[in-house]
Design a protein around this ligand. Structure first.
Ligand code: UD1
Length: 340
C-alpha cells in the first residue's frame, strides 16, 4: 500500500514509518516540522536504506493536500494521521490554537480523502479521552470526556470521524487510544525529542540521568496506589508502531466502518517503580523529591488491551526494562536530541 503518514517526522510517526517500510509499504510523509527536526528524515533514510518522499506543509493546507492526493503517479491507498499539537499545559494556555490546529487538520484530511476516494484512516487518539474518573482497566466502551483542550481535541476528532463514517459508509476508520508511549528505536538513532524541558515522565527521567536536569519532581506520593505515586500503562513505541500496522491491515480487510482499540500493555507501573527501572537501565542514581500533585493528574490509568489482542492479534512484547534501556541508549547518543 502507499500510506500517507501525517506527522511522520514526529516521535510515534517516525517509528511507524520505519515499520511500514520494513513491511514493504510505500510511505509519503507530510509534516510541517513545527515540532520535528528535518534531520529525522535523514536518520530514517539511513535506517531504511532508501530515500523517502517528504512534503513539508501543514495538513490543514487544502491546496497542498489536493495536489498530493491528485497525483496519478502516486495514488494514496490509506492514511495514518499523527500530526497534532500534543502538550497538555500549552493547550490550556492556547486553547484556540489547539482547536484550530488539531481539528482543522483532521477536517482537511478527511475531506481530501472523500474527494479522492481514499477510504482507510488510522487516527492517533489517546487514553486521555477516558477523562478523570474512569474505572481501570479501561475498556473501549467507557464514556469519553476530557480535562483540558488537548484532550478535548482528541474527543472531538473521534466524534468528527464517527459522524463521517455514518454519512460516508465506505470509509474505514480506526481510532487508536494510546496509553503512555515511551522508549526509542533500538538503534538509538530515532527517539522522543521534546522541545525544552520535558513535560512527560520518561524523557524527564532520561535528562535527569544524563545530568542535564538536577532532579525529578515526583508529583504526589499520596495517591491510592501501590506506593502512593501515580500509576500509568507504559508501552514501547515500537510495540505502538506495530499496533498501527496491525490496525491498518485489519481495516483494509474487514468491513466495519469504525473501530476503536486501546493500545496499552494492560500493566500499571508507578512513578517510583519507573525511577527504579531507569536506575537499573542507566546504572545511574536518579535524584528525586516528592512535590505536590500535578493539577489534572489521575491516580491510576491502565488499559484493558484485550480487544486489540482478540481482533488484531496485537499485544505488547517489550517490558518496562526494555523501554528504559532503549530510552537511555537514545538519550546517551543524542543528549541534545536531534541536531538542527
Ligand atoms: C500526559 C498527558 C496526557 C497525554 C500524555 C501523552 C497530562 C495531565 N496528561 O499523560 O493527556 O496524552 O501525557 O504522553 O499531562 N510525573 C512526575 N514527574 C514529572 C512528570 C510526570 O511525577 O516530572 C508523573 C505524573 O504525575 C504521572 C506519571 O508521571 O503520574 C506520568 O506522567 P506523564 O508522562 O506526564 O503522562 P500522563 O500524565 O499520564
Amino acid at each position: 500500500m502507499r500510506v500517507l503518514v501525517t506527522g511522520g517526522a514526529g516521535y510515534i510517526g517516525s517509528h511507524t514509518v520505519l515499520q511500514l517500510l520494513a513491511a514493504g509499504h510505500q510511505v509519503v510523509i507530510v509534516d510541517d516540522f513545527s515540532n520535528a527536526k528535518p534531520t529525522v528524515v535523514n536518520r530514517l533514510e539511513t535506517l531504511a536504506s532508501q530515500p523517502l518522499t517528504v512534503h513539508a506543509f501543514d495538513v490543514a493546507d487544502r491546496d497542498r493536500l489536493d495536489a498530493l492526493f491528485a497525483d496519478p503517479a502516486a495514488p494514496i491507498d490509506a492514511v495514518i494521521h499523527f500530526a497534532a499539537f500534543k502538550a497538555v499545559g500549552e493547550s490550556v494556555a492556547k486553547p484556540l490554537d489547539y482547536y484550530r490546529n488539531n481539528l482543522g487538520a483532521t477536517l482537511a484530511l478527511a475531506e481530501a480523502m472523500l474527494r479522492y476516494d481514499v477510504r482507510h484512516l488510522v487516527f492517533s487518539s489517546s487514553a486521555t479521552v477516558y477523562g478523570e474518573s474512569a474505572p481501570v482497566p479501561m475498556t473501549e466502551d467507557l464514556p469519553t470526556s476530557a480535562t483540558n483542550p488537548y484532550g478535548w481535541t482528541k474527543v472531538m476528532n473521534e466524534q468528527i470521524l464517527r459522524d463521517a463514517v455514518v454519512a460516508h459508509p465506505l470509509l474505514r476508520v480506526a481510532l487508536l487510544r494510546y496509553f503512555n508511549p515511551v522508549g526509542a528505536h533500538p538503534s538509538g538513532q530515532i527517539g522522543e525529542d521534546p522541545a525544552g524541558i520535558p513535560n512527560n515522565l520518561m524523557p524527564y527521567l532520561a535528562q535527569v540521568a544524563l545530568g542535564r536536569i538536577p532532579k525529578l519532581s515526583v508529583f504526589g506520593d499520596d495517591y491510592d496506589t501501590v506506593d502512593g505515586s501515580g500509576v500509568r500503562d507504559y508501552l514501547h513505541v515500537e510495540d505502538l508502531a506495530a499496533g498501527h500496522l496491525a490496525a491498518l491491515e485489519w481495516i483494509s480487510t474487514h468491513d466495519r466502518p469504525l473501530s476503536v482499540w486501546n493500545l496499552g500493555s494492560g500493566q500499571g507501573t508507578s512513578v517510583l517503580e519507573l525511577v527504579r527501572a531507569f536506575e537499573r537501565a542507566s546504572g545511574r542514581e536518579i535524584p528525586y523529591e516528592i512535590v505536590a500533585r500535578r493539577p489534572g493528574d489521575i491516580a491510576t490509568s491502565y488499559a484493558d488491551p484485550s480487544l486489540a489482542e482478540r481482533e488484531l492479534g496485537w499485544r505488547t512484547t517489550r517490558t518496562v526494562d526494555d523501554m528504559c534501556v532503549d530510552t537511555w541508549r537514545w538519550q546517551q547518543a543524542n543528549p541534545h536530541g536531534y541536531p538542527s
